[in-house]
Design a protein. Sequence first.
Length: 577
Amino acid sequence: MVDPPTVSDSNPAAGASFTLTATVRNQGDGPSASTTLRYYQSTDPTITTTDTAVGTDPITPLDAAGSAGGSARLTAPDEPGTYHYGACVDAVAGEADTTNNCSAAITVTVGAAPAPGLVVDPPTVSDSNPAAGASFTLSATVRNQGNGASGPNTLRYYQSNDSTITTADTAVGTDTLGGLRVSEGDTESILLTAPDVPGMYYYGACVDAAAGEADTTNNCSIAVTVTVVAASAPDLVVDTPTMSTSGTTVAGGVPVGATVTARVTVRNQGTGDSGPATLRYYRSTDATITSSDTLVVTVINDGSGVSPSGSRDYWTWLTMPTTAGTYYYGACVDPVTDEIDTTNNCSASVAVTVGVPDLVVESPGVSEFIDHLGLSRSVPIPGAGFRLSATVRNKGTAASDPSTLRYFRSTDATITASDTAVGPYVGGVGYLDALTGSDHWIRLAVPTTAGTYYYGACVDSVGGESDTTNNCSAAVPVTVTAPDLAVDKPTVSESNPTTGQSFVLSATVRNIGNGSSGPTTLSFYRSTDSTIDSSDIPEGTDTKGSLSLSPAGATTRSVSLTAPSTAGTYYYGACVD
């Protein structure tokens, strides 16, 4: 009998070699004579001697229970598919059973043979805008993306009238390629001369089909565009415009309907003079400017062109839309004769926020109370100086025109332009971009009458302002306090002294006001009547201890005196400055 066979490769590629091995056994009880082992390829899983013979091996005589093996080196069929292989041993004399002389089948699945797959990558050129008759280099890379190596080959270069490259196009040169392993590439180049007639041309390359190549439909590259220009040709480009309005840039927003000054430079980066060029300004809803956007202004120059590497400035006025929003402005120059590249004739865009200003006055404050002696005070006192400050802010979506800040004093906590104007001058407020502010302040005098006063500021409205009801600040209160000094009835240490006798005159000074008093002087007097005033006879002063009193404060001061030499009735008292 023949055991089930084995193969060295059950999945060989078409045409590949593999080994078929089988073993013959004598399972009888007597020895066998010499015989032959025959190998077969079958179309079904049953192996018989009628199948296709593919090889033989001699088998020497076998003792009972003996065995002998053999193998055949085979070549896989050229057509991929499923094949069955096995072996049969020739019957020998006296054999008890010949029905088991063929083995079971082993299945071999034959795959496609390795094949190259050549493709040509998109080509490149050293100059996509050569002048007529100028030289440029065309380069292409051939890659083997198949699973088998390719042999030596030829790369062919073509010029086409359209963007599809085929071997029917005009051949312009060849390069020899060596063999390519799997995933290997080879880059080749050729020096070409641009056509004499300016225009658009297409170049590419095709590689010849390789032996055994499975797919030859991708052996040609896509086309690379070459725009041939006149030997001396212009190429106009437009710089990004600069835009301003009312002395400020458009970056801070502009009011609806405002007039904006637009300036732009057109440059000639080509090799030849340009003819007269017309510039057109456009408004777009996105950041890309094209000639299909909304045309807003056309600027025609004076008829002169732009020389190579030269430039020309254009300016105009643009009127902003009446609807708030963000718009994009830019400019495009019309193409001129023989221009190299007209895809770069439009500028980048400038974003303009069109809106309305809204001025408000924030953060009013008072500080730096300075009295008439130049001393700093924590609270205001009558006649002292102080600083009133405020911030003007533009809370709108567009820049504001210049305005004026005016300062006011009110009798209540609401500041309006009908309140009492204060200050020797008003504050000039310059242009304010949207969401920016400026700080202002003036110095004022504290009222001389005690009481609570309210200070603030209002900014004049500007053109297009969205809300003028918020142009006045909140109020900041200033409470003025004032001292009120009074002198109590004095006392004497001796009300009936003898002539020439010493005695002490004492007086108490009280601050019955609501503000602290500054330093002052207590003066003592003798009078001929019961009314004491500063026209009486002075008897001494007291400033010792810096006579300053807080509200409800009091201090007692004394002076030593000598009684007059003439007996009589005299009146003594004191006055505080």
